[in-house]
Write a protein that binds this ligand. Structure first.
Ligand code: SF4
Length: 180
């Protein structure tokens, strides 16, 4: 029996803006996305276990994703005072990651090996143990979607999820891969 209806029922209880299920074969990978990471466009490259190069090559990441047959992409959107509202950005991201923890709990009840991908870097520890010691909380360390070479903007468009939810609003994405 498919797990999706039961999972969807649980997800509707959470403050998710939009979510969509799809086949993992529909994930759009691009070397260009990974190259942006390697150019350190967000400043997190080589700083956490959740980002390249620690997550492995793009081929390794693709292989990990291909081990699952289903996927789900979801968003949160948070209004800020302005696009320069750094506290607002940070708060929105922390809230999104807390929600991602809840979504991870839902999926792991149905597939204990579900793979969770989220925003850039990792917000769990004040100071990441990378690269001197293993990750302290591997269950809560969600690799960055872009670090896996996934084109979030194109996927949002293909899956009819809003990439941008208006001026002075930050939209964050997470993705879950699981097996039915
Ligand atoms: S959970 Fe902690 S140690 Fe692991 S990647 Fe995140 S910040 Fe680093």
């Amino acid at each position: 029996m498919t797990k999706q209806p039961e999972i969807e029922n649980e997800l509707t209880k959470l403050p998710i803006l939009e979510f969509v299920f799809f086949n993992s074969a529909e994930i759009i990978f691009a070397h260009e996305v990974r190259e942006l990471c390697e150019g350190n466009s967000c400043g997190m490259y080589n700083t956490t276990w959740a980002c390249p190069p620690a997550v492995g090559s793009i081929e390794t990441c693709m292989k990990k994703c291909q081990a699952y047959n289903k996927a789900m992409l979801f968003t949160t959107a948070t209004e800020m005072d302005s696009s320069f509202d750094m506290q607002g950005w940070l708060k929105a991201r922390v809230e999104h990651e807390a929600l991602t923890d809840q979504v991870a709990d839902v999926f792991r009840r149905f597939d204990e090996n579900a793979l969770i991908l989220s925003t850039e870097g990792c917000t769990v520890c004040k100071k990441c143990s990378y690269p001197d010691a293993p990750c302290r909380f591997p269950d809560r360390m969600y690799p960055a979607i872009e670090g896996y070479g996934i084109m979030v903007m194109q996927m949002a468009s293909a899956l009819k999820i809003s990439y941008n939810n208006g001026a002075n609003t930050v939209t964050y994405f997470s993705m879950v891969l699981f097996n039915e």
